[in-house]
Design a protein around this ligand. Sequence first.
Ligand code: SF4
Length: 187
Amino acid sequence: MARDVVLPDPVKFVLNWGRRYSLWVFNFGLACCAIEFIAASMSRHDFIRLGVIPFAHSPRQADLMVVSGTVTDKMAPAVKRLYDQMPEPKYVISFGSCANCGGPYWDSYCVTKGVDQLIPVDVYVPGCPPRPEALLQGILRLQDKIAAEELVLRGGARPPLPPDPAARYTAPLIQPVQPLTQPDTAR
Ligand code: SF4
């Protein structure tokens, strides 16, 4: 029977080193925090020097999703769908109070109380809005986390997928067709 194999430390170091310094970022800018994110990518703060590459053209090329801004319940299925389209390994930074917990809109009927209700979050950056330096700090924390990751060659059966937390927000794409009622012409 095939078994999982833990890779040796030198291989783990090289692979994690490559991953932590080539994070292609998919910006999910939803509100004011997105402006701070853009500022962090410009020449003054320049997160490219940390090995973060702006901006992936689609989630299919991205390694890192930065959710910056207010996630509404209407937007939640799109966040989940685009996260699902990112290839493994993938990472998420929740940038700002709104993405962390709903922020100033925590008691709104239409705001998701934190993007971690939809997708797994690796690093939370607090603030309303956080400054670009806070995002740089969050990226450094994420890189520390990636450097310490265990790498396992999967040989066994895949574990079952967890239940989809966004399913409760998602309306069915195809509605069942209702039969037309015919007028009663027999009489
Ligand atoms: S945390 Fe503050 S600055 Fe960021 S999106 Fe929410 S309200 Fe705007």
